[in-house]
Design a protein around this ligand. Structure first.
Ligand code: NAG
Ligand code: NAG
Ligand code: NAG
Ligand code: NAG
Ligand code: NAG
Ligand code: NAG
Ligand code: NAG
Ligand code: NAG
Length: 741
């Protein structure tokens, strides 16, 4: 018995006459679903609810369950994005009937001719099951497409579970554009002989993804039974009556273009003529309805990397990252924002540079102001004015930089002497001139104000027995003094220094003492105003290349504060040389210098240091020893042998008498410097040894105008190497012991 019918969408055709195609929006009363299946427009249930009558879905009640049908095929689902519907297709069979001993065919075709439906060539395959089966597929009575599939196997054990590859199961693809098919079994391939394990052959066009071949499909009727004779087939649909493509349909003047939703796109049908609509990327919904395409809130699926923030936008989304991080779309990660980091770094550096240079400029300006302020405080302006008015004044105002260069930034190797008042450096200024630069340790406020004025006075002193002050630097807090450089040490070194003690003749010492007296006399009598040296001692009598005396460090006296409570004043002089009267009155007079000069005369005469720290207490002070020796008329004990032997008694007596006058406890009784100088001239004439070169006749006073002599030295109160004379290092005891006499 052969039953082969063709099921189709024929029944729907009858409705066509009543159906008016329109793009009218389906009424909200249209039924939205049937039997659990969502019915999306352009499909619809009932009149005027679908786009065209082919998309009309019947909702039928079968066994009290409503089921949707398109034509005679039960509808499983509608996909708008794939433009497909899935319906249940009928399985065709070719079975051996043991009771009749005949093969029986039972089958259905699928007729969708003249409809918008085409079998999906992608999702479907013509599937044939059986161990001796050949089934054909054709689109219309063998006039067009015709194909088939053969399946063979000898035993049930030959088949493989899940594998449909010709052994018990066979599948073949179909071409595009098919809307009709008819299955047919070749009778030469029958199960007459193998019916005991394989009674039925089956053939059906069906969806591949839902099919999984099983060996029980061979020895049982399970394939037909479990699916109740129907399996899913995928059918492509499209809008095919408005035009063959999107382009044409858009231009169709009847106004039937179906993609009416905003944010929708039209696409040419992948299978057959016509077009389909789809929502634009980032939207979903129904493109066939006005505003049917809705924005997708992608952020629900948290597409951004952890730590990122999702921002939904129309048709898309945006990811952003925390500050300092940058979103990379490529890797969908939040990465450190190198641009920002580099930018920030550069910005920071620029800022730092800006502030730093600003700071430097400010500092520089400040320094300049400080320098200017110091200059002003130290009376630099007055000095400057004076220098302008008095042309030919030989005084230089040095800048700090010049002196830093001159001393190689106050290099230790340049130190000539160091003491309580400050440090003296040897320096080389422009014109290759050697100078001695005195850097004072301390200056008080009063001194500061008068500094320039005093510099002016000192700079005007021009005597061959006085160390010349060449200039000063006023722009530092404590002004620096620049003297001519005197190269041959001091009288102190000459008398007490081990090397030269024997070589120097007494008359030379006498000459030097005389020259020193001339220098001091000049300070006392011819300087205007008169200057008290304040620290006369052999270490302050410098010697130039010709062993000419140069009185140095007289500035100390004039710069010294006169306030009685100033300790500085007390220690101004040097122990052993200090005028006892000055110690009581704190009044520095020219007679204080005379007292100190008396001590120098004693040094010359006796060759002893003014203060012996290691002797018995009563013999420490040279002046005390001398005075007591004089009292006891026993001067000889103090005199060295070479003087006793070679010098005339008159000279020794005269010198001792002069020294004694100088050391008088009462200042007014002491002789003036002028008198001392005159007396020394007289005494020098008494000392004329044949082996001693005749000294140039000493000039009583003289102003060497203009250029300063070259080559020189400056030794401070505290000349290094003579700690005995350093007032800083001096214990108070010897001072008071001498003071008590
Ligand atoms: C369908 O639409 C047509 C024209 O728009 C109208 O004449 C007809 O009454 C409608 N039918 C139903 C059932 O709404
Ligand atoms: C329609 O759009 C969706 C989402 O954009 C996409 O997945 C689908 O493949 C599209 N359909 C067709 C037929 O291109
Ligand atoms: C298929 O249907 C069309 C009309 O829908 C009809 O003309 C045709 O005869 C049918 N074909 C078969 C084989 O039934
Ligand atoms: C098909 O069925 C077999 C056994 O019944 C199973 O092992 C296999 O995973 C199934 N394959 C698919 C794709 O479902
Ligand atoms: C079954 O096929 C064989 C050949 O394989 C043929 O001889 C026989 O006639 C066929 N039987 C029927 C019932 O068609
Ligand atoms: C069909 O074959 C399977 C093995 O593939 C077997 O387990 C089953 O019992 C058989 N069924 C019948 C009815 O013979
Ligand atoms: C297949 O199943 C359907 C529905 O249950 C039934 O009508 C048909 O006779 C069956 N065919 C075979 C060959 O078993
Ligand atoms: C325009 O649309 C109408 C109705 O939908 C159709 O009949 C006609 O063939 C279309 N025109 C073109 C050029 O496709």
């Amino acid at each position: 018995m052969e039953v082969l019918r063709h099921l189709g969408l024929i029944g729907l055709l009858l409705l066509a006459i009543y159906y008016v195609p329109s793009t009218a929006i389906p009424s909200s009363q249209c039924q939205k679903q049937c039997g659990g299946v969502e019915i999306h427009y352009p499909f619809g249930i009932g009149k005027n609810c679908s786009l065209e009558w082919f998309f009309s879905v019947k909702c039928q009640v079968q066994d009290d369950i409503s089921k949707p049908f398109i034509g005679e095929f039960e509808l499983l689902d509608i996909s708008l994005t794939r433009s497909t519907v899935r319906v249940l297709n009928y399985i065709a069979s070719f079975c051996y009937n043991p009771s009749s001993g005949l093969m029986e065919k039972e089958g259905f075709g699928f007729n969708a001719t003249n409809t918008p439906y085409l079998f999906s060539d992608v999702h479907n395959k013509y599937t044939v099951i059986g161990c001796d089966a050949l089934a054909y597929i054709s689109d219309s009575n063998g006039m067009g497409y015709e194909s088939g599939c053969v399946s063979k196997c000898r035993r049930l054990s030959d088949v493989t579970e899940g594998s449909c590859s010709g052994i018990g199961c066979c599948q073949t693809s179909i071409p595009k554009g098919m809307n009709f098919y008819k299955p047919d079994f070749d009778i030469g391939f029958n199960t007459t002989k193998i019916w005991r394990f394989n009674r039925c052959n089956y053939a059906v066009l069906m969806e591949t993804t839902t099919f999984n071949f099983s060996s029980t499909y061979i020895n049982t009727t399970k394939f037909n039974d479990t699916s109740a004779g129907r399996v899913p087939v995928v059918i492509d649909w499209a809008i095919r009556n408005g035009g063959t493509s999107c382009e044409i349909a858009k231009r169709n003047e009847t106004g039937t273009y179906a993609c009416i939703s905003s944010n929708s796109v039209c696409m040419d049908s992948m299978n057959g003529p016509g077009y389909v609509c789809n929502c634009s990327k980032g939207y979903d919904g129904n493109p066939y309805l006005p505003n049917g395409c809705k924005d997708i809130n992608e952020c629900i699926q948290s597409p951004c990397p952890s730590g990122g923030i999702c921002h939904n936008t129309n048709g898309g989304y945006r990811c952003s990252c925390r500050a300092g991080r940058k979103y990379s779309r490529q890797s969908n990660t939040c990465n450190p924002d190198t641009g920002l980091i580099i930018g920030a770094t550069i910005g920071f550096l620029v800022l730092v540079t800006f502030f730093f240079s600003g700071y430097m400029i400010l500092q520089k300006r400040k320094l300049k102001n400080v320098k200017r302020e110091h200059f002003r405080q130290h009376g630099g302006l007055i000095l400057f004015e004076k220098m302008k008015s008095e042309k030919g004044l030989c005084f230089t105002i040095f800048t700090e930089t010049e002196l830093v260069q001159a001393t190689n930034n106050y290099d230790k190797s340049r130190i000539l002497g160091k003491g309580g008042q400050g440090t003296v450096y040897k320096g080389l200024v422009k014109d290759n001139m050697h100078v001695a630069i005195k850097r004072c340790a301390l200056v008080d406020e009063r001194q500061k104000k008068e500094f320039g004025q005093e510099m002016l006075i000192l700079s005007q002193i021009n005597h061959k027995n006085i160390v010349k002050l060449l200039g000063a630097c006023l722009e530092v807090e404590v002004p620096m003094l620049v003297y001519e450089f005197i190269p041959n040490g001091t009288l102190y070194e000459l008398i007490h220094g081990k090397k030269q003690a024997l070589r120097i003749s007494f008359s030379t010492l006498l000459r030097i003492a005389h020259e020193a007296a001339e220098g001091l006399n000049f300070l006392h009598s011819y300087a205007s105003p008169p200057i008290h040296h304040g620290d006369v001692k052999s270490a302050n009598i410098l010697l130039d290349e010709n062993y000419t005396a140069k009185v140095s460090d007289f500035g100390a006296s004039i710069l010294a504060p006169s306030d009685e409570d100033q300790y500085v004043t007390v220690v101004q002089g040097t122990c052993g040389y200090l005028d006892p009267e000055y110690m009581q009155t704190f009044q520095l007079t020219n007679k204080s210098d005379v007292y100190s000069f008396g001590v120098i005369l004693l040094e010359v005469l006796t060759g002893q240091v003014p203060l012996k720290l290691n002797g018995p207490e009563e013999q420490r002070s040279l002046s005390s020893n001398f005075l007591s020796a004089m009292k006891e008329n026993n001067l000889d004990v103090l005199l060295p042998s070479h003087i006793k032997e070679h010098e005339s008694t008159e000279l020794i007596r005269g010198l001792a008498e002069l020294a004694k006058q100088c050391l008088d406890m009462c200042g007014t009784n002491r002789p003036a410097m002028k008198e001392i100088a005159d007396e020394l001239i007289r005494l020098r004439k008494l000392s004329q040894h044949p082996w001693v070169q005749t000294d140039t006749q000493p000039e009583s006073r003289g102003l060497l105008a203009g250029t300063p002599t070259t080559g020189f030295d400056d030794i401070e109160i505290c000349a290094s190497g003579y700690p005995m004379l350093d007032s800083d290092n001096l214990p108070m005891n010897p001072m008071s012991s001498y003071y008590g006499r």
